[in-house]
Structures are given as structure tokens and as C-alpha cells.
Design a protein around this ligand. Structure first.
Ligand SMILES: *[C@@H]1O[C@H](CO)[C@@H](O)[C@H](O)[C@H]1NC(C)=O
Ligand SMILES: *[C@@H]1O[C@H](CO)[C@@H](O)[C@H](O)[C@H]1NC(C)=O
Ligand SMILES: *[C@@H]1O[C@H](CO)[C@@H](O)[C@H](O)[C@H]1NC(C)=O
Ligand SMILES: *[C@@H]1O[C@H](CO)[C@@H](O)[C@H](O)[C@H]1NC(C)=O
Ligand SMILES: *[C@@H]1O[C@H](CO)[C@@H](O)[C@H](O)[C@H]1NC(C)=O
Ligand SMILES: *[C@@H]1O[C@H](CO)[C@@H](O)[C@H](O)[C@H]1NC(C)=O
Ligand SMILES: *[C@@H]1O[C@H](CO)[C@@H](O)[C@H](O)[C@H]1NC(C)=O
Ligand SMILES: *[C@@H]1O[C@H](CO)[C@@H](O)[C@H](O)[C@H]1NC(C)=O
Ligand SMILES: *[C@@H]1O[C@H](CO)[C@@H](O)[C@H](O)[C@H]1NC(C)=O
Ligand SMILES: *[C@@H]1O[C@H](CO)[C@@H](O)[C@H](O)[C@H]1NC(C)=O
Ligand SMILES: *[C@@H]1O[C@H](CO)[C@@H](O)[C@H](O)[C@H]1NC(C)=O
Length: 662
């Protein structure tokens, strides 16, 4: 099948070619078009185009009807009765223009006699900037040049190289973009000072032009191949001395090295002369990914640098960490004799860690005893232990990588029962946008001159998801009484912020709650129980879920009103405290059914009401037990003496609690 198609298409091509040839012959069967002085002319010159009709090829009826028409592309430029027509044409544009001569015997029919193409161009300009290089000692001579303006004509370029002993090499190229040629000739290092001369000549039908000759030696044009096989070795696995090695071509004299940490854009450059593929680097940073490149050159001031080698990327070895950890701690009472110490520290910066931190070493020691009571290793950045509340303790924390440990950070944990430092005063916090809070305070009065440092500490009060929130802190100088905190600050969350003044081993701190962005809570507290307790009503509730608080809660409100009454509800407002979840009110009248509900407030406003609960306070007289009696009588007496309708003894009211059925 494929074969048939192949044969078929071959036959088709053959027929088309035949037809084309025939058409061409047919086209000039009736006569000729001649061009004087040439089919190729230079821009601005004139040509004469002549058309002659062969005998017996005129109009069939009367030869007097013969009319010759000359077309320039599609435009009639001349018309004449007879056998011969000649036109002088000027101002032809650059490029090729087609002319046709036709015979018209009637108004309708024109017969084609013949055509001609005329090309207009310019003489080549002198090729400029001829330069030759040989890539590598075994490479070949490759020359490039600028051709100058387009000639619009078929132009050939001939490159000729003349060497010592009358040796000559020559190569030619043509076409539109002929601006370089590789001669395929290798200059050898055995005659490095021999002089060679290259020249390029551009030629077309209008003339020729040769470049200035370019004269050079082996040293001038050989551009070495880039170094290869680059490797680095650090002595004793330490960055204090790393040796970079590579392979170069035989005659290389000079090298340039450049290197940079992969985090940087700018290179550091080093030059080296006659180092035979080896250079010591003494200034590398440890535990850093570096990129190295090298290039080379044969001669001090002749020739050119090689391309940069391929990059060597490698990580330098680790070194012992420098610097010390930033450690902070929290103390919490467990009971009268014990306290829990929680230590927190920050990750070291890469430049301090100088390696991968494998673990942290924590020691705890009682100063009086002098012996280490505890030593442990952790991979986490916090550590908790329980110690007595008395005595002075020293904690140290250091970070270790494969090469060693940082200097330990020491913290003295002093007797909690001893005198502390006065706390900073007037601590306040203001939202600064969505995730920043500005904390300001005043120095702790008379103790101010002793302050060596302030620490601002913050942590989310009710973390969502219930995980232990990170403890954050920053340190300021004693002259700074404000700090902008932003790390781990989210909008619509409440933070406990403490400011500590530190002086030696002493510290004193005060805390506030603050949020960045806030709005009214999304829901009110859920009342989970209402009970009667000694004549008052005790209301207990579940805290508003953390994700619905939308900032720091400031108040709770308890509302109540008589069931089925249209009166305004009464309310009482209680300031928010952490873990406050019950409150008693004594303004409810016994044997009246009330509806109660609660809301929560942030500085931005009040939540919608939580669930509604009905409650009816029983009368005292019907429900006392002997053990309750004294309290009830006392309460009754005080109620009787107090004025106002709420003191009407309960048994005189005729309404009863619906569920007692009395
Ligand atoms: C064209 O023909 C005219 C008249 O025959 C002649 O004077 C002129 O020199 C010719 N020009 C060229 C470019 O041949
Ligand atoms: C030749 O090279 C020089 C320097 O590189 C350049 O300024 C000039 O334009 C070049 N000439 C041509 C014709 O391109
Ligand atoms: C010669 O140089 C030109 C221009 O730099 C380049 O395009 C060409 O590939 C080179 N030829 C050879 C054989 O290297
Ligand atoms: C080089 O050619 C010139 C003239 O063409 C001649 O005089 C000379 O002897 C030749 N030199 C060598 C080394 O062939
Ligand atoms: C270049 O043109 C000149 C005259 O214009 C001629 O003598 C010479 O032979 C030509 N050279 C080449 C290489 O065509
Ligand atoms: C490498 O270590 C050996 C033995 O630990 C020591 O003798 C030598 O001086 C060290 N070399 C360098 C360059 O630190
Ligand atoms: C640098 O290299 C390290 C280790 O290969 C890599 O984790 C880090 O993303 C790199 N940094 C850049 C800027 O490329
Ligand atoms: C501290 O470093 C550890 C391990 O490199 C990492 O898992 C942790 O997220 C870092 N913590 C902070 C706060 O950057
Ligand atoms: C000490 O470390 C061990 C394991 O490394 C761990 O089991 C133990 O709980 C640690 N002790 C303290 C006090 O953290
Ligand atoms: C200390 O005060 C200066 C100037 O008020 C401020 O730029 C800087 O951020 C403060 N330092 C801290 C840790 O807040
Ligand atoms: C901790 O106490 C030791 C003496 O017990 C003292 O030398 C050291 O300066 C104290 N460190 C700090 C940070 O107060």
C-alpha cells in the first residue's frame, strides 16, 4: 500500500516538473526579454529592458494588430505596436523585481511572451572586527566578523589564514548569515610565538571587500577549556583550611576562583598564578552550602579567560556552636514546699549553631550542695522539672552538634520565698494591626536603676485545639520601656503578656491580657447548672469556646426576668477572671419562675445570649434540714429587717414552683 502511494507521488512529481519545464519553454516561445547592462545592478542605477517578438509569432489574423506590453510586477509600464519594445527603468528597490512582456491581439486576450528578474543590491561593506579564537589547546581556529549592511545579493565570504612557511588555509561560506567560519585548523603550542594572519573577503556580483588582516599568535587566540574534575577537601574536617583542587589543560598559568554560599548572589573572587590546580581556602563558613567555579588562562596578558567551569556544590563541615542559648523560665507552685520549673530556649541561628543541633544538655544544681543533681539531654526546646521552693538553684543549658557544645547559659533560680524585685508598673498593651501588639510599661519605681534587662513574655491564653501554646519572649535594654511583639500573634486571640524586670538573680513581673484584632464573642456562656445555695442562686456555666471568644473577655453578664413577663430583664455584670465559672446572685424572689441567660463581652462588644434556663427558688421553710436551720433563721431575720418588696416572706406568696406540685 505504502509502496503504491510512494510510486504514485513520484510519478506526480515527475509530471509536475515536466509541465513546469514546458511552461517555461512555452513562456519564451513567442519572443525574448533582454536586460542591459545586467540582471544584477547596484542600487540607483538604470537598466534597459527590451522585448522582441519572434517572426511568425504575432497575432494570428493581422500582424498590424500586434501590441507589446511591458509589466513591472502587475503594473503596465510600456505599450507599443510592433515587434520590439525597449524601456529604461530606474529607481528599482533593493531586492528582486520581476518584469513580463505580453502580446495583446484583442482587448480581452493577452499572451505571454517572456519575463526577466532584476536584482538590485549593494557592494559588500568591509567586514569588521574579525577575531579568531581556538577553544582549547587541541581546538580549531574559529573566526567571527561583522558583515555590515545587508547586500541583498548572493554574497560569499572567504576566510583565509596565512601561517609561517607560506602555509595557507582557506574556507568559504555563503548565504544570509555567514558571519563565522571554523577553519578546522589547530594551532599547536610547539610554535607559540609564530605569527598568523587571517583575512575575510566578501564577494558578490557588484564587487568585493576584504577585512583588515588580523594577526595573532597561539597565545593570543587559544582560550583554554574550562577546568574540570573540581573537588574540595577540608583538612581535619574543619573549615579553617579547605583545599580546592581541579584539572587544567597543560599550559594554563593563571586561574580565577569564585565562590558563594547558596544563599548569596554575589561571588567572592580569588586569583591564583601557577598553582597547578590547587588552592587553599581559609575563610569558608562552616555548615554552609557553597558553589565553586574556576576559569583559567594561558598567558599573563595575552589571550582570554576560559569559560567558567561547571559548579561544584558542596556543604562545608560543621564546627562547634558559638554563642549561647537564649533561655527563659517559668516557675509554678505545686504545693507549699515544691515548685515546677519550666525552661524554654530559642533555636540558635544557623550562624551560631554552625551545624545541625543534635540535642541540648540541661543540668540542674543546688548551689549550696555544689553537686549536680540532675543532668539530662533533650531534643526539644523546653524542659520541666520539680524542685523544692527553698534554696538557690542553677540551671545550665547548652546546644550540641557533631563537633561540640555551645557555652552553657546559666540561670540562677533563687529562693521563691525570698524578696523579689519590684515589678514594672503600668503595663499596658495596644493592638497594632492584625498581628502586632505594642506593650509599654514603666520602670519599677526605686528599683529602676538596678534593672539590667526587661523580658516581655507572651503566650496564648486559650489556645485553640488545646495544645500547649508556645512561650514567646524578647529582651530589651533597661532603657527600652516598650516593645512591639509579633511572633505567634494571631488576630481574635487573647494573650497573657508579662513584663519582668531582671536584676542579677532577682526578677519581678506583672501581667495583663491583651489581643491584637478583636470583635464581640460569637456566643455567650452556656449555663450548665443553677442551684439554690443558702437562699442565693448559684449559676455555673461552661466557658465560651476558645475559638468563639474573638479576643480577651472582659466581663460576663447574667440576665434574668420573670417568666412570661414583658418587663426588661435585670442583669448583673461580673469582671472576667481566668477559670471563673460560677457566680451567685441573691436578687431572685422565691417561688417565682425566672428565665436566666448569660453573655460575654470583649472590648468590641457583647456576645449573643447563651442558652436560657428557667429557675424557681424554693421557699426556705419547706426544705430545711436541721443542720440548715441556723443559717435559714439568720437569713430570714436579716431579710425581714431589710426594706422592699423582695423581702416578703416566701410563704405569703401564693405562687409556687411548677415542678414541686405543692
Ligand atoms: C538604454 O538605452 C538607451 C537608448 O538606447 C541608451 O542611451 C542607454 O545608454 C541605455 N542604458 C543602459 C543602462 O544600457
Ligand atoms: C567592532 O567591535 C567594537 C568593540 O567591540 C564595537 O564597538 C563595534 O561596534 C564593532 N563594529 C561593528 C561593525 O560591529
Ligand atoms: C564558531 O564561533 C561561532 C560564534 O561564536 C559559533 O556560533 C560556532 O558554533 C563556532 N563554531 C565552532 C565549530 O565551534
Ligand atoms: C614564500 O613565498 C615567497 C613568494 O611567494 C617566496 O619568495 C618565499 O621564498 C617563500 N618562502 C617559503 C619559506 O617558502
Ligand atoms: C576584488 O575586486 C577587484 C577589483 O574591484 C579585483 O581586482 C579583485 O580580483 C577582486 N578580488 C576578488 C577576490 O574577487
Ligand atoms: C589535624 O589533626 C592532627 C591530629 O589531630 C593535628 O596534628 C594537625 O595539626 C591537624 N591539622 C590541622 C591543619 O589542624
Ligand atoms: C541552600 O542549600 C540548602 C541545603 O542544600 C537548601 O536547603 C537551601 O534551600 C538552599 N538555599 C538556597 C537559597 O538555594
Ligand atoms: C527549631 O528547630 C527545630 C529543628 O531544627 C524545628 O523543628 C523547630 O520548628 C524550630 N523552632 C522554631 C521556633 O523555629
Ligand atoms: C532524661 O532523659 C531520659 C531519656 O533521655 C528521659 O527518659 C527522662 O524522662 C529525662 N528526665 C527528665 C527529668 O527530663
Ligand atoms: C527599643 O527601643 C527602640 C527605640 O524606641 C526600638 O527601635 C527598639 O525596637 C526597641 N527594642 C525592642 C526589643 O523592642
Ligand atoms: C548566679 O549566681 C552566681 C553565684 O551563685 C553568680 O556568680 C552569677 O553571676 C549569677 N548569675 C546571674 C545570671 O545572675
Amino acid at each position: 500500500m505504502a509502496h503504491t502511494v510512494g510510486g504514485c507521488s513520484l510519478a506526480l512529481i515527475f509530471i509536475i516538473v515536466l509541465l513546469l519545464v514546458k511552461a517555461n519553454i512555452d513562456a519564451c516561445k513567442r519572443g525574448d526579454v533582454t536586460v542591459e547592462p545586467s540582471h544584477v545592478i547596484s542600487l540607483g542605477s538604470a537598466v534597459n529592458i527590451s522585448c522582441s517578438l519572434k517572426p511568425e509569432q504575432g497575432c494570428p489574423q493581422y500582424s498590424s494588430l500586434n501590441r507589446l506590453i511591458l509589466y513591472k510586477v502587475n503594473e503596465k509600464i510600456n505599450l507599443l505596436h510592433g515587434h520590439f519594445l525597449s524601456s529604461q527603468v530606474t529607481d528599482l528597490p533593493l531586492g528582486t523585481t520581476v518584469f513580463f512582456c505580453k502580446l495583446a491581439c484583442s482587448k480581452k486576450k493577452e499572451l505571454r511572451i517572456c519575463g526577466a528578474e532584476i536584482s538590485v543590491g549593494v557592494v559588500p561593506e568591509q567586514p569588521q572586527n574579525l577575531s579568531c579564537i581556538q577553544k582549547g589547546e587541541r581546538g580549531t581556529v574559529n573566526c567571527t566578523w561583522d558583515r555590515g549592511r545587508d547586500t541583498h545579493l548572493y554574497t560569499t565570504y572567504t576566510l583565509q589564514l596565512n601561517g609561517p612557511k607560506n602555509l595557507t588555509w582557506q574556507k568559504q561560506c555563503n548565504g544570509h548569515y555567514c558571519d563565522h567560519l571554523d577553519l578546522g585548523v589547530n594551532l599547536i603550542p610547539e610554535l607559540p610565538e609564530s605569527s598568523y594572519t587571517a583575512k575575510v573577503t566578501a564577494t558578490n556580483r557588484l564587487g568585493n571587500a576584504s577585512s583588515f588582516p588580523s594577526t595573532f599568535t597561539f597565545w593570543d587566540i587559544v582560550r583554554p577549556l574550562p577546568p574540570c574534575d573540581i573537588r574540595i577537601k577540608c583538612v581535619n574536617a574543619s573549615v579553617s583550611r579547605c583545599i580546592l583542587q581541579w584539572s587544567d589543560e597543560g599550559l594554563v598559568l593563571l586561574n580565577r576562583l569564585r565562590y558563594r554560599p547558596n544563599s548569596s548572589w554575589s561571588w567572592k573572587m580569588v586569583s591564583a598564578t601557577n598553582v597547578k590546580g590547587r588552592h587553599d581556602l581559609l575563610d569558608l563558613k562552616p555548615f554552609t552550602e557553597y558553589e565553586f567555579q574556576i576559569s583559567s588562562k594561558l598567558h599573563l596578558y595575552k589571550g582570554s579567560w576560559s569559560d567558567w567551569s561547571e559548579s561544584l556544590r558542596t556543604q562545608t563541615p560543621e564546627e562547634e556552636p558559638t554563642g549561647t542559648l537564649d533561655v527563659w523560665y517559668m516557675k509554678q507552685h505545686i504545693d507549699y514546699s515544691r515548685q515546677q520549673i519550666s525552661l524554654f530556649w530559642k533555636n540558635m541561628s544557623l550562624s551560631e549553631a554552625r551545624g545541625k543541633i543534635l540535642h541540648y544538655r540541661v543540668t540542674l544544681q543546688e548551689v549550696a550542695g555544689g553537686k549536680v543533681t540532675l543532668q539530662n539531654i533533650t531534643e526539644h526546646t523546653s524542659w520541666t522539672w520539680v524542685i523544692p521552693r527553698t534554696g538557690n538553684w542553677v540551671v545550665t543549658v547548652s546546644a550540641a552538634n557533631s563537633k561540640g557544645s555551645s557555652l552553657p547559659t546559666r540561670i540562677n533560680i533563687t529562693d521563691l520565698l525570698g524578696p523579689g524585685l519590684p515589678a514594672p508598673r503600668q503595663v499596658s498593651a495596644n493592638s497594632k494591626g492584625v498581628d502586632n501588639i505594642m506593650v509599654t510599661w514603666e520602670p519599677p519605681g526605686k528599683a529602676a536603676p538596678a534593672v539590667q534587662e526587661y523580658v516581655v513574655e507572651w503566650r496564648e491564653l486559650h489556645p485553640r485545639g488545646g495544645t500547649q501554646p508556645p512561650l514567646n519572649w524578647l529582651r530589651t535594654t533597661p532603657y527600652n520601656v516598650s516593645a512591639l511583639i509579633s511572633e505567634n500573634i494571631k488576630p481574635y486571640s487573647c494573650y497573657e503578656i508579662s513584663v519582668y524586670a531582671l536584676s542579677g538573680d532577682q526578677r519581678g513581673g506583672s501581667s495583663i491580657r491583651a489581643n491584637s484584632k478583636h470583635k464581640a464573642p460569637l456566643s455567650g456562656p452556656h449555663i450548665n447548672a443553677i442551684s439554690e445555695e443558702k437562699g442565693s442562686v448559684l449559676i455555673s456555666w461552661n466557658e465560651v469556646p476558645a475559638q468563639e471568644q474573638m479576643g480577651c473577655l472582659l466581663h460576663y453578664r447574667i440576665y434574668w426576668k420573670e417568666q412570661d413577663s414583658n418587663s426588661q430583664p435585670q442583669l448583673c455584670e461580673i469582671p472576667y477572671r481566668v477559670s471563673l465559672n460560677s457566680h451567685s446572685i441573691d436578687s431572685l424572689q422565691p417561688r417565682v419562675t425566672y428565665v436566666l441567660w448569660m453573655t460575654a463581652l470583649t472590648a468590641a462588644g457583647e456576645s449573643p445570649p447563651g442558652n436560657k434556663r428557667e429557675f424557681c427558688l424554693e421557699g426556705y421553710l419547706f426544705f430545711f434540714r436541721p443542720s440548715d436551720l441556723s443559717g435559714v433563721v439568720k437569713k430570714f431575720q436579716t431579710q425581714r429587717t431589710a426594706p422592699g418588696p423582695r423581702n416578703i416572706p416566701s410563704w405569703r406568696r401564693r405562687r409556687s414552683c411548677p415542678w414541686t406540685g405543692s
